[in-house]
Design a protein around this ligand. Sequence first.
Ligand SMILES: Cc1cc2nc3c(=O)[nH]c(=O)nc-3n(C[C@H](O)[C@H](O)[C@H](O)COP(=O)(O)OP(=O)(O)OC[C@H]3O[C@@H](n4cnc5c(N)ncnc54)[C@H](O)[C@@H]3O)c2cc1C
Length: 405
Amino acid sequence: MPARADVMIAGGGFAGLALAIALRQGLGDAFTVVVADPALDHPIADARSSAIAAAARRLFSALGVWDEVVSHAQPILDMVISDSKLEDVVRPTFLTFAGEVAPGEPFAHMVENGRLLAALHGRAAADGIVLASDAVARFATGPDRVAVTLAGGASVETRLLVAADGARSALREQAGIGTVGWSYGQSAIVTTVAHERDHRGRAVEHFLPAGPFAILPLTGRRSSIVWTETTAEATRILALDDAGFHHELERRFGLSLGELSAVGRRGAFPLGLKVARSFIAERFALLGDAAHMIHPIAGQGLNLGLRDVAALAEAMVDAARLGLDCGGATVLERYQQWRRFDTLSMGLATDGINRLFSNRSDVLRLARDIGLGMVERLPALKELFIHEAAGITGEVPRLLKGEAL
Ligand SMILES: Cc1cc2nc3c(=O)[nH]c(=O)nc-3n(C[C@H](O)[C@H](O)[C@H](O)COP(=O)(O)OP(=O)(O)OC[C@H]3O[C@@H](n4cnc5c(N)ncnc54)[C@H](O)[C@@H]3O)c2cc1C
């Protein structure tokens, strides 16, 4: 472990590793990057897969990570949305999205989390990033440096500490940064299923009264399920035996893809909205879920985190190339300004959609179905939604355009 590092990143999840690679590739071998995470040498098995928006895929391409996952990535070719009660026999389609953000470039791909994390880990190791299988325990900030202490006792002096330690970030708390938000009282059940018929790259979102039930295409005849229930109901369903779980799954999935079989582990994640009151403090930055946790209804949490990565990396690389302090206040302010508005608007949008759809009111159901029907008839609005979901609107950092830093 080096005694000094230019940047120390706490958390070797998607956000932390992607930032480390971007900085190392942007600033070269002389720029020391340390990533510390106790899970680095024994990754926690993750039952989830992620929708990777086009902009995030461009970032992974620019970082040399996409080639490692592309053979396991399923393009989402179209998406249909239905709004119905659980007992409804027919689930009419209210909205369909199809198309590409550029010729030959789908608006998103589905990738299993484990594969993506392994590819990031491999790239980080190959790029000479110091990977420490240890937790960051505490830190003390001075005018030019942060003294960081790891749980195992090692210490590192750095110009910037980046907390990419997830939604329950202990480092955010140590930095005295509060959060705003609330729990939804809902949990997302996740699993992977195999089915008889081909999904043809179609993603399906059934808005059921308890919340969205998403069927997201994976490579082969497999799909990833993200299934929202109240937390009490999710706990009950998760505890069922295989036959009981299969029955509940099939009631929601339907038979459009033929016989189903569960092929993956099951897990459940409590859902909430949580946004940090500030993304920065002195020589300290929050990144990814440590800065914001949102409802997975639009599959955007990780994509938001990767937008943080692209913005912070660009601000730091531009400063360092001018000989400026890449952990100083100017760089951090630029990062925060770039990310705050986008994060708040995405957080509030997912919150609004979840509230509108996760309920049993017939009046609201009529209102939202009229709304969906209107969007369905307005191609320009649909295109805007696709580009927004793909992450390619607004002031886009270079990495999200697929350009090297
Ligand atoms: C059901 C569900 C489905 C989702 N689907 C999608 C989707 O389709 N598309 C999408 O974009 N997003 C999706 N998301 C959101 C996405 O999974 C998260 O936004 C993403 O995993 C966050 O990545 P991260 O690197 O910020 O944090 P994490 O993945 O939580 O990583 C944090 C890391 O920090 C480490 N750590 C913790 N404490 C310390 C410490 N003190 N020192 C060092 N390391 C520490 C942990 O071990 C962990 O490895 C979904 C979320 C859920 C719940």
